[in-house]
Design a binder for this molecule. Structure first.
Ligand code: SF4
Ligand code: SF4
Length: 72
């Protein structure tokens, strides 16, 4: 099952910003509230979380940045 962003429906104000930046079509605005629908290609870019002005979206994907061990 594809992991999708989590939407706090109480915080969503229906501005549509997340829908406009999403490239996977996984966010749908219905009756002024966004719903995340499971799609094959969520790119886990976290743009939807970044643009949301109310903090209604959280991306639970774990992003791990490895330090270059040779640069010590
Ligand atoms: S993480 Fe990126 S691709 Fe996935 S729903 Fe959000 S904006 Fe769309
Ligand atoms: S950006 Fe945030 S407030 Fe705007 S529609 Fe998306 S979830 Fe709702």
């Amino acid at each position: 099952m594809m992991e999708m962003p989590l939407i706090d429906r109480d915080k969503c104000q229906g501005c549509g910003l997340c829908v406009s930046v999403c490239i996977c079509g996984g966010l749908v605005l219905t009756d002024n509230i966004v719903t995340a629908v499971e799609v094959e290609e969520c790119h886990w870019c976290t743009l939807c979380e970044l643009v949301c002005p109310t903090g209604a979206i959280s991306c639970p994907f774990e992003i791990i940045i490895e330090k270059n061990q040779d640069s010590a």
